[in-house]
Design a protein around this ligand. Structure first.
Ligand SMILES: C=CC1=C(C)c2cc3[nH]c(cc4nc(cc5[nH]c(cc1n2)c(C)c5CCC(=O)O)C(CCC(=O)O)=C4C)c(C)c3C=C
Ligand SMILES: [Fe+2]
Ligand SMILES: [Fe+2]
Length: 328
């Protein structure tokens, strides 16, 4: 099916990451991210005080070391992998004909920002923009916040382009197939362990109680992946990581689950993070280092982290399919 034309563009939209593994850059990133009321819904004045007087004073310094360890060739893994995904999708769509959409990437917080990327596309005469937030499961705190930055730019634009916003793809067959293929490949090369843990980024439980469909999306993705892999109910489970603050977040928490599974003397654990489209601090450091330690210190053996889909061919197949579904 031919794609519309070169006047369309696809924007891969991810969360954002600091510009450098230094406390100033990390502080700027956290200020934008955690200052967004979509992410932290606490009363504004109270939160402003906590953010500026506590979190932005201590957390940036704490994150310098883990970010520095992951920084490669002058970039953070999240941005480097988003660039690889962009190049791979571009190469794929160029194969169609001379009439293909431009492919670029943007970040909700940090660089390149949505405002800059959309301005450039509109200056170049782009008539239709397909926004693909790289969050398979919808949450107001991620996909909703991504929509806000797009809308904010459009509110200031006289001649609007057409806009298509992909809300989520948590149950898209090409996404489930990409995840299943990645797990099968891992099992083929590294061996299958007794249990597969699917760990998702957490959100406060209150967001779900107020109507955020995130939990339901995570449950559906997990069930579909387990079915695709023919896993019985005891062979897999799901958990939620990266809790910040003292409020209750979605449970079970990943760190507590690791300790529990480690104590059960499991001979081996495979861990996948289906909600992360690219490896980043939360997978490479928090899961593959910190949580690996919780598991092994509790007595577990053979901890295997299965990488995010990153620029895998099947992940790019999925993106190509989404472009076809929405622009074809
Ligand atoms: C405090 C509230 C937070 C909510 C709600 C939240 C939701 C959420 N986040 C992601 C994806 C990522 N988060 C990342 C880092 C990160 N997230 C928070 C806080 C919340 N996230 C913080 C404070 C940080 C910074 C690191 C830290 O201090 O621990 C990242 C990694 C960025 C990188 O540079 O590598 C991603 C990706 C999702 C998908 C989500 C809700 C579904
Ligand atoms: Fe986060
Ligand atoms: Fe494994």
């Amino acid at each position: 099916m031919p794609l519309k034309n070169r006047k369309s563009a696809v924007v891969l939209l991810n969360l954002g990451t600091p510009d450098a593994p230094e406390s100033g850059a990390i502080r700027r990133y956290l200020k934008a991210f955690l200052g967004d009321p979509r992410v932290v819904e606490a009363p504004r004045i109270v939160w402003w005080l906590v953010l500026n007087l506590v979190i932005l004073v201590f957390r940036p310094r704490k994150l310098v070391e883990p970010y520095s360890k992951l920084w490669k060739d002058g970039d953070s893994p999240l941005r480097a992998l988003t660039i690889q995904q962009t190049e791979a999708l571009k190469a794929r769509l160029q194969g169609y004909s001379s009439e293909y959409p431009e492919v670029c990437y943007a970040m909700t917080y940090g660089h390149p920002g949505v405002e800059t990327v959309l301005s450039r596309l509109m200056e170049n005469g782009t008539e239709h923009v397909l926004i693909l937030p790289l969050y398979p499961q919808y949450s107001g705190s991620t996909s909703g916040a991504a929509f806000d930055v797009v809308a904010k730019k459009l509110m200031k634009t006289r001649h609007l382009p057409g806009i298509t916003f992909i809300k989520d793809y948590h149950d898209h067959p090409a996404y489930i197939e990409a995840l299943a293929d990645s797990v099968r490949n891992h099992w083929q090369t590294q061996g299958q362990q007794n249990h597969l843990l699917m760990s998702y980024h957490g959100i406060p439980k209150a967001y779900v109680e107020k109507g955020d469909p995130y939990l339901e999306h995570c449950q559906t993705t997990s069930r579909l992946l387990a079915e695709a892999l023919n896993l019985s109910d005891t062979q897999w489970s799901m958990s939620f990581q990266s809790r910040v603050g003292r409020a209750e977040w979605l449970q079970p928490y990943t760190d507590e689950t690791m300790k529990k599974l480690g104590k059960e003397n499991l001979s081996g654990l495979d861990v996948i993070c289906p909600g992360f489209s690219a490896d980043c601090l939360e997978t490479l450091e928090e899961i593959d280092e910190e949580n690996r330690e919780y598991f092994t210190e509790a007595g577990g053996q053979n901890f295997h982290y299965i990488p995010a889909l990153n620029a895998n061919a099947k992940h790019i197949d999925m993106m190509e399919q989404l472009v076809q579904d929405y622009l074809g």
